[in-house]
Design a protein around this ligand. Structure first.
Ligand SMILES: Cc1cc2nc3c(=O)[nH]c(=O)nc-3n(C[C@H](O)[C@H](O)[C@H](O)COP(=O)(O)OP(=O)(O)OC[C@H]3O[C@@H](n4cnc5c(N)ncnc54)[C@H](O)[C@@H]3O)c2cc1C
Length: 263
């Protein structure tokens, strides 16, 4: 059985405690300068206090969920349009449109349905994305087939107003207006390239993948490594927990190997 989000988070907390990880929470790294052997990291804490750290090497693992892919339709700026899903309870007895067909959209739709929301999904393809977790597929398929969650395949959102949304059929161009309280636009996110670019790490214009050696995870800047979903660039579905966690071992091996005099 796969662990739930709750179980996974408890596990991570235990790992942090067990290994006495030196975590600096609620502290944003704003810049990294210098070179291998003498990097300087400037950070800012929640209420603005600045700090500075020195490091021989740096591993950047800032994730792939920095900025949402926008729908770019009129009304997207309304406060009822959300690009991050947290929990279902605020949406009890509400009309919620979930945009997207990947893991985020599927998991949010199921939770929202179970939290008492009236959920409609809209996806521009004619089926769910291939990357949807196999153990979630039967549940969402059943909910869609039984009409517990409504779905508009091959439709796109074209307009959002305070009380409605308008969808366009990709094939016919026909428009459908739905009564709506909330739009959960879960259409993917992009990593933040600022830190890496600031250090001189090259990032592929098309894929968003930072230049790196896949064996060592070291970037084109000596002493700067990347780990986790950040290494997948704009396609967050390529690296997930199961394969991203291998990066730690690869990086440690590369550093130990170098210390032992191997190239
Ligand atoms: C809905 C959903 C379900 C998923 N389910 C699964 C699953 O079942 N199994 C699976 O393997 N994967 C799953 N994934 C993917 C998984 O969440 C990611 O692969 C994983 O979180 C990536 O880990 P990461 O450490 O690379 O990045 P993240 O988890 O995004 O962590 C990056 C961290 O860096 C911090 N950060 C960013 N910038 C800075 C900065 N400048 N200074 C300081 N800190 C910073 C962020 O706040 C964040 O805490 C799922 C993803 C989604 C969206």
């Amino acid at each position: 059985k796969n662990p739930s989000r709750q179980e996974a988070l408890v596990y991570y907390r235990r790992v942090a405690e067990h290994f006495h990880l030196n975590l600096r929470q609620y502290e944003m790294v704003e810049s990294i300068s210098g070179a291998e052997g003498s990097f300087v990291l400037k950070t800012r804490k929640m209420y603005g206090r600045e700090k500075e750290y020195e490091a021989t090497r740096v591993v950047v693992a800032t994730g792939g969920f920095h900025a949402p892919n926008m729908l770019e339709v009129p009304g997207e700026e309304l406060p009822k349009v959300l690009h991050y899903y947290r929990e279902a309870h605020p949406f009890f007895d509400q009309e919620v449109l979930v945009v997207g067909g990947s893991n985020s959209a599927v998991e949010a739709s199921l939770e929202l349905f179970r939290g008492g929301a009236r959920v409609t999904m809209v996806h521009f393809l004619d089926k769910l994305d291939k990357g949807v977790k196999p153990w979630v597929v039967p549940d969402i398929t059943n909910r869609l087939e039984q009409g517990d969650i409504r779905v508009y395949w091959e439709h796109r959102v074209v307009e959002i107003t305070p009380e409605a949304v308008t969808l366009r059929d990709e094939e016919t161009g026909n428009l459908t207006e739905l009564k709506n309280d909330w739009v959960m636009a879960l259409t993917g996110w992009q990593p933040n390239p600022t830190l890496l670019r600031g250090m001189g790490v090259e990032i592929d214009q098309t894929t968003g993948i930072p230049s790196h050696d896949p064996d060592t995870m070291e970037t084109n800047v000596p002493g700067v490594f990347i780990a986790g979903v950040l290494a997948a660039g704009n396609n967050a579905n390529k690296i997930f927990i199961e394969n991203g966690r291998a990066h730690g071992g690869q990086i440690v091996q590369a550093i130990i190997g170098r210390a032992a005099g191997h190239p």
